[in-house]
Design a protein around this ligand. Structure first.
Ligand SMILES: *Cc1c(COP(=O)(O)O)cnc(C)c1O
Length: 410
């Protein structure tokens, strides 16, 4: 076993060597522009892009005409949410506003920030706050629906806790009411079976680098029938991707994304079981040997590869420092540069203290049982050691309820 151990696959994954293999010819030999319609260089590039489109569509149960290649989930989310809102906006009449959008407080920033932007531009945005289990349900969405609701955007699985939202049910609800439904499926796709028709999804974002493909490439699924969904282009130019997303196609990236999707589809069932077994071993190993710990998010409705654990009386950043040989994260990669506790954990009602003492370990394709056992031992040792230095933990052990202590103001 080699150190350090990588347990941060929710932040990014290594490229599968089979993906790199598929990409390589696109840099040098098959370098043409798929937009060049009048020579073989262009045709050959178009051929491999078509294959990739088919591979992505197949993983989603979609048609290849419904796949728009982008630079990743951030761009896909922006295109779906802003492009969808502009397309379905209501004409501003008096004070009625431009339309109502429903999302939730535990979304990735790549959803929350476009929503914030739309709010500034005159749309009404409702952010649902899921309870402690972290699950967004159909009922929660239904309660907030209005006559002027034009778009619902709810992530399929949460990137910090791995919790799985009621996406097929929310999609059915939206379809009943004629409302466009988008899901950020970045963490879900490739790990869990997906069928955009069965699951009632209109718009779906996915990203290459979260599924063992390259960085800087992703896709947006846009439903073409029952009903046909349209989004307004955000970037304009050469009219590629049926005008939805101009710009010369990133052929190597797209080919890599396609190969990554095909591998995920083929290996999904076995990989899911393997990861679930390892994640349970990790969670049980840690929580059975350490008191005052808690697993965040619903027990069962979670992705097989994400474990988010709070360690009472330990500061998350200190714990990470003590566990330098394990790459993991507190909060998400995007916010872990700051020392703010996770806004996701806070949104589901976990107090600042416990949110501060939470760490996410996310497993991946090459995670071994040996690595998990090492992570368990190292975590138990580090937490125990940090707690030895904690007077609060001593008091807790003596049965003093520290929430009742009145601290002196400073
Ligand atoms: C990583 C991630 C994103 C951002 O994807 P990029 O391809 O890096 O832009 C968006 N949403 C979720 C849930 C993610 O995990």
């Amino acid at each position: 076993m080699r150190l350090p151990i990588y347990l941060d696959h929710a932040a990014t994954t290594p490229c599968d060597p089979r993906v790199v293999e598929a990409m390589l010819p696109c840099f040098t030999e098959n370098f043409g522009n798929p937009g060049s319609r009048n020579h073989g260089f262009g045709w050959r590039a178009e051929e491999v892009v078509d294959l990739a489109r088919e591979q992505v569509a197949s993983l989603l149960g979609a048609d290849r005409k419904e796949i728009i290649f982008t630079s990743g989930s951030t761009e896909s989310n922006n295109l779906a949410i802003k492009g969808g809102a502009y397309m379905y906006a209501r004409a501003p009449q008096g004070s009625a506003g431009r339309g109502h959008i429903i999302s939730c407080a535990i979304e990735h920033k790549a959803v929350l920030d476009p929503c914030k932007r739309l709010q500034k531009e005159g749309f009404d945005v409702t952010l649902l706050e899921p309870p402690r289990d972290g699950i967004v349900t159909r009922e929660m969405v239904e309660r907030e629906l209005r006559d002027d609701t034009i778009l619902v955007t709810i992530m399929w699985a949460n990137n910090e806790m791995g919790t799985i939202n009621e996406v097929p049910e929310i999609g059915a609800l939206c379809h009943d009411r004629g409302i466009v439904f988008h899901t950020d499926a970045t963490q879900w796709v490739g790990k869990m079976p997906t069928d955009v028709n069965r699951d009632n999804v209109d718009l779906l974002s996915l990203s290459g680098h979260k599924i063992y493909g390259p960085k800087g490439v992703g896709a947006l699924y846009v439903r073409r029938r029952k009903p046909r969904i349209r989004v307004q282009a955000i970037s304009e130019g050469g009219g590629q991707e049926r005008g939805f997303r101009s710009g010369t196609l990133n052929v190597p990236g797209i080919v890599g994304l396609g190969a990554a999707c095909e591998i995920c589809q083929r290996e999904m069932d076995a990989e899911r079981e393997r990861l679930l077994t390892l994640r349970r071993r990790l969670e049980e190993g840690i929580t059975s040997r350490l008191d005052t710990t808690q697993i965040n998010g619903d027990r069962d409705r979670r992705l097989p590869n994400i474990a988010n654990i709070s360690y009472g009386f330990v500061e998350g950043e200190s714990l990470m420092m003590a566990l330098k040989e394990i790459a993991m994260s507190s909060g998400s990669a995007c916010t872990s540069a700051s020392l703010e506790p996770s806004y996701v954990l806070k949104a589901i009602g976990i107090g600042d203290d416990l949110a501060h003492s939470s760490l996410r370990m996310s497993l991946g394709r090459w995670t071994t049982q040996q690595e998990i056992d090492y992570a368990i031992d190292a975590t138990v040792r580090a937490v125990s050691k940090l707690r030895e230095l904690s007077p609060l933990y001593d008091m807790h052990k003596e049965g003093i309820d520290i929430t009742k202590i009145e601290w002196q103001a400073h």
